[in-house]
Write a protein that binds this ligand. Structure first.
Ligand code: HAM
Length: 429
């Protein structure tokens, strides 16, 4: 689990700000739910025989003896919250959430025990146009972030849960005579979750699977027609994708379409964003029957990709425009006032007021160290009628001005009105 230190937070803010602005443009609504849920919720949704439930959950008993779990993902929580909030009965909803998830996995680059997901879930819509919109939204985000080039969409059709059950039985029958040649994980999954064997990275298991029955041959005509329609919508929107028949996903609640946006820039942790349709989940949890589809992206992985491809905008680290040096106790009150007034009258201005006293030179050193573009110096033992201004670049530009002229000088010299911080600019879009 990682801390995010102040040097890193502008990157997070940029990513989150860009995503929030895009979600607002699509008119999706934010939902927030607790990080803790009843353990049962995840067992019944993700599935007892999945890696997450079998070995990755942070589960403990609370003081009442109830079994609680730190959420390993958001879909189950979102369904629970939306249903309890009466959002699902006979309506459509387009929701998103952002927050930490917890899985006790072996940490490595791109895989952490606390990681952040941005999740989007759409309820009440069973036609393929909603899947197309969700994938469009992802594609737009990659575009805005400048990483579209590095992400590839893989997609598959799992069919209905009946189709999957029939296929599972056929796969089991096919593998039975070779069961002892399967890798240990696949042997374990043979009875509990046979489809996950398709996901195996083991070479001899993969060789065995070459002649196995194909899921697509078990998928019903309706489901195939829906899938074909989705592919048409994606093609018309200019989103290219690749069919991956072995993409089955590690959570049990999916039916129909599943997909992953993957990259070859991050080593083993290649899935940046994954999701699919899960029409049976709400009813299975005892709630309102409602069709549903969604995805979640791992924000650390998006950040790694931005870093790897140097796609961060320039100037992101710069968080201070003006450093106000305050030399002498007699001007402290005036400085607080002036800072407030400038922040109010120059939207987007980031003004850092020096607190704690100290000599002129020491304060100016701090102004340079802060990365500010300009120092504003208020000096004296009594309130002043003028301030000194100095650009902290090689130009040696400076001025001593009456208080009333400071605003205009800053706006002109720093180009502040139309040069907002990238986060503020994104939010305003
Ligand atoms: P998931 O594939 O388990 O699906 O996780 C979604 C994304 O979260 C992954 O593609 C990956 O980017 C990121 N992720 C997963 N585990 C880790 C980790 N340990 N460290 C860093 N990043 C990680 C779900 O969670 C589903 N709830 C997605 C969904 C939403 N399906 C429908 N709606």
């Amino acid at each position: 689990m990682n801390d995010v230190l102040p040097e890193q937070t502008p990157r997070w803010q940029y990513l989150e700000g860009t995503a929030r602005a895009l979600l607002a443009a699509y008119a999706y609504q934010e939902i927030r739910f607790p990080v803790l849920e009843q353990t049962q919720l995840f067992k019944r949704s993700i599935g007892e025989a999945t890696d997450i439930v079998e070995k990755e959950m942070y589960t403990f008993e609370d003081r009442n003896g109830d079994s609680l779990t730190l959420r390993p993902e958001g879909t189950a929580c979102c369904v629970r919250a939306a249903d309890q909030g009466a959002l699902l009965y006979n309506q459509t909803r387009k929701l998103w959430y952002l927050g930490p998830m917890y899985r006790h996995e072996r940490p490595q680059k791109g895989r952490y025990r606390q990681f952040y997901q941005l999740g989007v879930e759409a309820f009440g819509m069973s036609e393929a146009d909603i899947e197309a919109e969700l994938l469009l939204l992802c594609a737009d985000l990659w575009q805005r972030l400048g990483i579209a080039h590095y992400l590839k969409l893989e997609i598959n059709n799992l069919g209905s849960s009946e189709d999957r059950a029939r296929y599972g039985a056929a796969l089991r029958q096919f593998l039975l005579p070779h069961k002892d040649k399967l890798d240990a994980d696949s042997q374990r999954r043979f009875d509990s979750n046979v489809l996950r064997i398709l996901d195996s990275k083991d070479e001899s298991t993969r060789a065995l699977l070459a002649d196995a029955p194909r899921l697509d041959d078990f998928v019903g005509e309706d489901s195939k027609a829906r899938f074909a329609h989705l592919l048409e919508l994606l093609a018309a929107a200019g989103i290219s994708c690749e069919r991956n028949p072995t993409l089955v996903r590690g959570l049990d609640y999916y039916n129909g379409v599943v997909f992953e946006w993957i990259t070859d820039k991050l080593g083993a942790q290649s899935a940046v964003c994954s999701g699919g349709r899960y029409d049976a989940l709400s009813a299975q949890l005892g709630g309102t029957r409602t069709p549903a589809v969604g995805f979640a992206m791992g924000l650390e992985r998006v950040l790694l990709l931005l870093e790897e491809t140097q796609a961060f905008p320039v100037g992101l680290e710069q968080t201070v425009d003006v450093y106000m040096a305050v030399v002498g106790q007699g001007v402290q009150s005036q400085a607080l006032d002036l800072g407030r007034e400038l922040r109010r009258s120059i939207p987007g201005l980031r003004l850092l007021t020096h607190c704690g006293g100290g000599k002129y030179n020491a304060q100016l050193k701090k102004a340079y160290a802060s990365g500010a573009r300009c120092a504003l110096i208020l000096e004296g033992e009594v309130p002043q009628t003028t301030v000194k201004l100095r650009l902290l670049d090689d130009s040696n530009t400076g001025a001593e001005l009456p208080l009333g002229d400071v605003r205009a000088w800053l706006v002109r010299e720093l180009g502040l009105a139309d040069n907002q911080h990238p986060c503020a600019a994104q939010a305003a879009q």
